[in-house]
Design a protein around this ligand. Sequence first.
Ligand SMILES: Nc1ncnc2c1ncn2[C@@H]1O[C@H](COP(=O)(O)OP(=O)(O)OP(=O)(O)O)[C@@H](O)[C@H]1O
Ligand SMILES: [Mg+2]
Length: 166
Amino acid sequence: MNATSREPLLSVRDLHVAFESQSGSREVLHSVTFDIFPGETIAIVGESGSGKSTTASAIIQLLPGTGHVTSGSIMLGDDDLTLYNQAQMANIRGREIGYVPQDPMSNLNPVWSIGFQVKEAVRANGIASGKKEIEARAVEVLKQAGLADAEKRMHQYPHQFSGGMR
Ligand SMILES: Nc1ncnc2c1ncn2[C@@H]1O[C@H](COP(=O)(O)OP(=O)(O)OP(=O)(O)O)[C@@H](O)[C@H]1O
Ligand SMILES: [Mg+2]
């Protein structure tokens, strides 16, 4: 891959993240640094609790609980996402950066159909507008994810999906 000849799409530099508790501040990311170049796929491997999910959550500013970035930068092109406010982040989430959470059973709502939840994401991210167009785009998204019988699947609930489908 000749990716190094181009600018990175995402450049995480010297990222530190801590969680606060009654017993004080606990740093869980200690100087995380990596680049992702256009067209490149990177996998981050590490033991349970080493900070993989925290790294991903920090990038899209969805750190759970008391988690917060204490130093470092997260450059998306020329912009440092650590300096973005919530409105600015909402603008790029789902458009420029997407996040597929680790635990689909706690991230999919069990009482809503898959179709409802995918349509909600399509609508919220401004990917399509109008009932018909949103419906069509949601079906397309499921097909892109490899679900052959997408139209039928739209009406099903998370418990009717296999682990991989979820
Ligand atoms: N909401 C939270 N409050 C306090 N500490 C947290 C919170 N979420 C994660 N942590 C801590 O941050 C550290 C990194 O956790 P993280 O979930 O990023 O690990 P991981 O590498 O994704 O692990 P796994 O492979 O099990 O998914 C752990 O020590 C964990 O206890
Ligand atoms: Mg994880």
